[in-house]
Design a protein around this ligand. Structure first.
Ligand code: ATP
Length: 583
């Protein structure tokens, strides 16, 4: 069972004090009236025994209708106000959760799971809304109902009151028992539903893999299993609910039966009036609902407490990559100088150094290539430059400023990273290109698209730049996606651009031409990670990486003359090209 977090509940409710106080006053008023109405009925019924006139009945019934209307109005206001508080807290928590999500490290969602984050931002927030709306209202109402109704019942007849409410503990216990089971069943149903939606989501994203490997049957079977699990969970829940509600009705009828059976004896002995009996019946009816509801309320309260903890856990999760308290704001223009000093990086939960004491310098305007075997750590270095992964202080400098002292925003706006797989949003091509610079003019968008060799592709699209790219850019080819991501990076006013194999979709000559444009027209420093050694050969300088270390450095001419990794990679590539041309 989750710990009682009244402190958190109070914190969430504090800003809504006014609505809650007015809501509580309305509830008090409702409860006063719901005690007064049966009393008035008692008086009328007892008066009727003495005889009545038409005007007496008209007056009294008008008065009763008026009281009932006012009571209904006050109840409506109290519900709207208190439920409204639950909704407002839900909305603001959802916003906070989303803001917090954006602050987290880029790799965070993989560790916790997308489905888990979505569940906390939806189902858990709904539970919190019920905790702060429904349970607050229901608990207050039950408390007030007993506080006002019980004394009124006792004044009419203590013995009958005792018998009438003697069934209530059973009523309460039954709801508690069934309610607990229903909570578990609802959780199972939710779990089954989220597994089902995760499978749909995954299969839709991986539809090509399913088709290529002919796994439709296996996926259908997996879906069938989950679908049946969901159906069974839903049936179990419905079964419990359909047993509980008639049971509650039966139990509350026992209360009425006791009242009538014992009350009729008292009527004949003259210790109770007919009006008194009618009033008691009305009071019992009035208490049944909040009593039965109390079981649900406590379950909802418990569920809300668990959700509160789960949501708080996300809200309190501190990102490891964040701004220091005392960041430096660079006011003079960045020149584009980059320096690494013994830069080492490990991924979370792994002691292995992926980057092992790397040192290099890149001067403003230089075009530097980073080459090396598969998995040697090139992408990791690109991520480290933009602090997408955690690095230590004193390892990386932008214009002689330790990047750890800069605001993340300032660092990332000066180092544009074009990843291997540029992510495209379900927007138009133009919106995707402008993503990092939404104010950019159409001319600028066209220019950056032209420089990234996208113009011919755009001409082929039905709506040019206004063409909607499908989810994650599914309607574009891999190369078109890469070049769209490159146009996006060109449009950003950064001094440094890091291309992580981002020119793989163009030939070596075009790649070299693009690099020259980036250098001359956009005045950017370039770090180009590439497997295309011929494109790397045209760069000002080449860094050769192996097993997390920079093992060689120099111009192409210098490196091919030296025995080492670069020379052997170059010779292998040339041999491969030779074989391909012979074929
Ligand atoms: N998020 C991660 N968590 C743990 N290990 C990772 C993660 N990303 C990469 N690695 C590991 O780090 C090593 C270097 O990977 P990286 O992607 O930097 O290599 P690379 O040189 O860019 O490879 P490629 O040429 O194939 O793109 C690999 O062994 C890889 O398995």
């Amino acid at each position: 069972m989750a710990a009682l977090r009244l402190d958190l509940i109070k914190n969430y409710l504090r800003p809504h004090k006014r609505e809650l106080i007015i809501g509580a006053f309305c509830l008090i008023f409702v409860n006063i009236l719901s005690v007064a109405i049966p009393m008035e009925v008692r008086n009328i019924v007892d008066d009727l025994k003495e005889g009545f006139t038409f005007s007496y009945v008209l007056n009294k019934s008008t008065w009763l209708i008026l009281m009932a209307t006012v009571m209904g109005g006050a109840r409506l206001i109290s519900r709207q106000l208190v439920f409204g508080v639950g909704r407002q807290v839900e909305v603001s928590l959802r916003q906070k959760l989303f803001d917090r999500m954006l602050e987290q490290d880029p790799g965070w969602v993989q560790t916790i799971g997308t489905g888990e984050v979505i569940t906390r931002a939806t189902s858990d927030l709904e539970n919190i809304r019920r905790l702060l709306g429904f349970t607050v209202l229901s608990l207050t109402n039950t408390l007030l109902a007993y506080t006002f109704t019980l004394p009124a019942m006792l004044t009419i007849n203590p013995l009958l009151t005792f018998f009438a409410i003697s069934v209530y503990p059973v009523l309460f216990g039954t709801v508690g028992l069934f309610g607990g089971r229903m909570v578990k069943q609802r959780k199972r149903q939710q779990q089954a539903l989220s597994e089902l939606s995760e499978l749909i989501q995954e299969d839709l994203s991986g539809i090509s893999a399913i088709k290529i490997y002919g796994q439709e049957r296996a996926e259908q079977e997996a879906f069938k299993k989950l679908n049946i699990r969901y159906r069974d969970a839903a049936i179990n829940l419905a079964r419990t609910a359909s047993t509980l509600f008639p049971l509650l009705q039966g139990l509350s009828s026992i209360s009425l039966l006791l009242l009538i059976a014992i009350g009729s004896g008292q009527l004949s002995s003259g210790t109770l009036t007919v009006g008194g009996l009618v009033a008691l019946i009305l009071y019992v009816e009035r208490l049944v609902f909040p009593t039965a509801l109390l079981g649900f309320t406590l379950n909802t309260f418990q569920l809300g407490q668990v959700s509160l903890e789960r949501v708080e856990e996300l809200l309190n999760h501190e990102p490891t990559i964040k701004d220091k308290d005392n960041t430096v704001n660079i006011t003079k223009p960045i020149s584009g100088k980059l320096e690494a000093k013994n830069l080492s990086v490990s991924y979370e939960d792994s002691p292995r150094k992926i980057l092992d004491e790397i040192s290099f310098k890149i001067t403003p305007g230089e075009i530097v290539a980073l080459v090396g075997p598969v998995g040697c750590g090139k992408t990791t270095l690109a991520r480290a430059l933009g602090r997408i992964i955690k690095i230590d202080e004193g390892c990386l400098y932008l214009d002689d400023n330790d990047v750890m002292n800069l605001k993340l925003n300032q660092l990332r706006s000066n180092i544009a990273l074009v990843p291997q797989e540029g992510y495209l949003f379900t927007e138009t091509l133009s919106e995707n290109i402008k993503y990092g610079n939404p104010e950019a003019s159409t001319e600028k968008v066209q220019e950056s698209a032209y420089e990234a060799r996208m113009t011919d592709d755009i001409k082929g699209f039905p709506d040019g730049l206004k063409t909607l790219v499908g989810e994650r850019g599914i309607t574009l080819s891999g190369g078109q996606r890469q070049r769209t991501a490159l146009s996006r990076a060109l449009l950003v006013d950064s001094k440094i651009i890091v291309l992580d194999d981002a020119l793989a979709s163009v030939d070596n000559k075009t790649a070299s031409a693009i690099l020259q444009t980036i250098k001359k027209q956009y005045s950017k420093t370039v770090l180009m990670i590439s497997h295309q050694l011929s494109a790397a050969a045209a760069c000002d300088r080449i860094l050769v990486m192996n097993d997390g270390k920079i093992v060689q450095e120099g111009t192409h001419q210098f490196l091919i003359k030296k025995d080492g990794l670069y020379k052997s990679m170059w010779e292998r590539e040339k041999a491969k090209e030779q074989i391909q041309s012979d074929d």
